[in-house]
Design a protein around this ligand. Structure first.
Ligand SMILES: [Zn+2]
Length: 102
């Protein structure tokens, strides 16, 4: 059948992607491959407003940044990558893996 994937396929794909992101980001953190270079959270803030970090990934060292409420990574993986998720976790940002996998 040609067309949009069934909703259940989409849900399964998102769940799989969320699992991948969780696994990849947590292993980077556990293996000490995340170096937080700078992080700023406003005094009354619940989320960081500016972050710079380096993550050693499988294809090299990647620069992860939060600027103007936008996360970016120097790797070639489509957003969101596990590097950004790892830095979001370690810098105190809120991460809903199911939501970011959409
Ligand atoms: Zn990345």
């Amino acid at each position: 059948m040609i067309g949009l994937p069934a909703p259940s396929d989409l849900r399964a794909r998102r769940a799989g992607r969320a699992t991948q992101l969780r696994r990849g980001s947590l292993s980077a953190l556990r293996e000490g491959r995340v170096v937080l270079l700078s992080a700023h959270t406003p005094a009354e803030g619940r989320r960081p407003s500016a972050v710079t970090a380096e993550v050693l990934g499988h294809s090299g060292r990647h620069l992860v940044q939060l600027n103007a409420d936008r996360w970016s990574c120097s790797c070639s993986t489509p957003s969101p990558c596990s590097h950004v998720v790892a830095v979001r976790l370690v810098s105190g940002d809120v991460v809903d893996l199911e939501a970011v996998s959409r």
